[in-house]
Design a protein around this ligand. Structure first.
Ligand code: GLU
Length: 509
């Protein structure tokens, strides 16, 4: 079942804190985590450890805010790491890398060049990768490369040196990372050999692509926002209130930067939805971590037996390198969306209400604050069967938050439901208002029953009463059951909305 080779498996995730956690990074972290946890979980197995290392040697591009947001996103996904995260900047400050650089210089395996230190690539290199197999590169195809920057670079180690030393010092047994690092691995094993380190097992995972075959990158969001801005002839001054200067917006539009914040802010202003790329995008759109984890696991890994839906425990129990494929996977948004919808539908109602409340409090505070506890419970119950993401109820139930006189009536619905047959719908609504005014118990069941009884007494189908009511209460013909809808809107507002609807949609001769 598992590829147990070492008693004490140590894996790690080593992101560079230069931006938010991309789904590709999350998938890599997930596999590394699952492999370590599998070793910890299997009876008689070792004590697998999963480490987190923040690779912040590129000082110009790294930030602590990005490191914090990466960690938040990992926690949200439930990918927990062992011990404290290691920061390469701290290890640099402790002189850890310099000691090894000196060792390489002394052994003649590296040399100084304009203040920088370069590693001498003067031998053929070969290594084995669990996914891509045996890889050999002749020395003629290799070039010396910088392992420590000069004074201008703060004498920081480059990624190549730091990654090798840190993996060694923390006892990493398996390096699991994206296949874009495959060519770097020749450099890494050359340094390992020169320092006399044991080699870890290498496991490179295939890339994640857009459905059109392009690499799924952070830039896709900027691209979409830029297109929306150009199409709408967006005023570059438009983001000044949000603290983004016209110069920066201009630079963004001219493709001089792909700043995520600018992309998000433009999208917000123009009310367009950008493709989700980073974990936090999916979170903001109301995806559940379990659905995302399940979906990401299937990118490059195949559990076999046509298994498709599973949770973390299954992944931990069954993950194996043997079932990792070499070919790149396409990111199928529709499939992820379906996973999410199914998971929402299957949640125990209490759990859904709690999760929805957490999401709304974080993203749509007006919604969470606008409903009292009893209303919220009703709202969650009414919308669970309709919500495919945690954000959808906000859009679907926008009518709950607007002022009564700001209800926008869908004109097609007005025509069909209120005006047809000489205003039959309006007449029914008018009559029903009197019945409704006499109801004391404003609970969904009583209200549902009241509508039914009224419809029966008039020998009308339920829809003939419920639809005009829906238009009056929500402006449209789509909402939860009529009892739920009336109850959610509340007694006073329902009566007021019916009155307004009759007035505003009256047929004028
Ligand atoms: N800091 C590298 C990255 O973000 C990590 C590479 C590795 O896992 O070794 O891609």
């Amino acid at each position: 079942m598992s590829d147990v080779q070492h008693q004490h498996i140590v894996t790690r995730f080593a992101p560079s804190p230069t931006g938010a956690l991309h789904v590709g990074g999350a998938r890599t972290a997930l596999f590394a985590w699952a492999y370590a946890r599998q070793q910890g979980a299997s009876p008689g197995g070792g004590d697998g450890r999963f480490l987190l290392r923040i690779e912040d040697t590129d000082r110009a591009r790294s930030s602590d805010a990005a490191a914090q947001s990466l960690m938040n996103d990992l926690r949200w996904l439930g990918i927990n790491w062992d011990g404290e995260p290691v920061y390469q900047s701290e290890r640099h400050a402790q002189g850890v890398y310099d000691a090894y650089v000196q060792q390489l210089l002394d052994a003649g395996r590296a040399y100084e060049d304009d203040g920088a230190v370069r590693f001498r690539m003067d031998r053929d290199v070969a290594f084995d990768d669990e996914v891509y197999g045996h890889i050999e590169v002749q020395k003629e195809q290799l070039e010396d490369f910088v392992i420590r920057k000069g004074d201008a670079g703060g004498r920081f180690p480059t990624f190549h040196l730091a990654v090798v030393i840190d993996d060694h010092d923390s006892g990493v047994t398996h390096v699991i990372r994206g296949q874009e690092h495959l060519t770097n691995t020749t450099k890494h094993v050359a340094i390992q050999d020169a320092l006399g380190f044991d080699r870890p097992t290498y496991v490179h995972t295939p890339s994640i692509m857009n459905p059109d075959g392009s690499k799924m990158s952070k830039r896709d969001k900027a691209k979409a926002a830029r297109k929306a801005a150009v199409d709408a002839q967006f005023d570059v001054n438009g983001l000044q209130p949000a603290g983004i200067s016209a110069d920066r917006v201009q630079a963004f539009i001219e493709k001089n930067n792909d700043d995520d914040d600018i992309a998000d802010t433009i999208a917000h202003h123009l009310n367009v939805v950008l493709p989700e790329i980073d974990v936090r995008d999916f979170r903001a759109s109301g995806y559940l971590p379990g659905a995302l984890i399940n979906y990401l696991s299937l990118l490059g890994w195949n559990p076999g037996d046509n298994v498709e839906r599973f949770g973390r425990d299954f992944l931990v129990a069954h993950f194996s390198f043997k079932r990792l494929g070499k070919s790149n996977s396409r990111f199928d948004r529709d499939k992820l969306f379906r996973f999410n919808a199914d998971d929402i539908a299957a949640m125990p109602p209490d759990n859904f209400a709690k999760t929805l409340h957490g999401h709304l409090a974080e993203r749509h505070g007006d919604f969470a604050d606008g409903l009292d506890d009893a209303q919220f419970a009703m709202f969650a119950k009414a919308y669970q069967p309709r919500a495919r993401t945690l954000s959808e109820p906000v859009t679907l139930a926008a009518y709950l938050l607007v002022d009564d006189d700001a209800i926008a009536y869908d004109q097609k619905a007005v025509k069909k439901v209120l005006h047809k047959a000489d205003g039959e719908g309006l007449r029914v609504l008018h009559e029903f208002a009197d019945t409704l005014a006499a109801v004391d118990d404003w609970s969904p069941d009583t209200l549902e029953q009241t509508v039914k009884t009224f419809a029966e007494s008039r020998e009308l189908g339920l829809g003939k009463v419920a639809q005009p009511l829906r238009v009056a209460l929500t402006g449209s013909t789509v909402s939860p059951s009529i009892g739920d809808t009336l109850s959610l809107v509340g007694r006073q507002r329902s009566m007021h909305r019916i009155e307004l609807c009759l007035e505003r949609n009256a047929i004028r001769a």
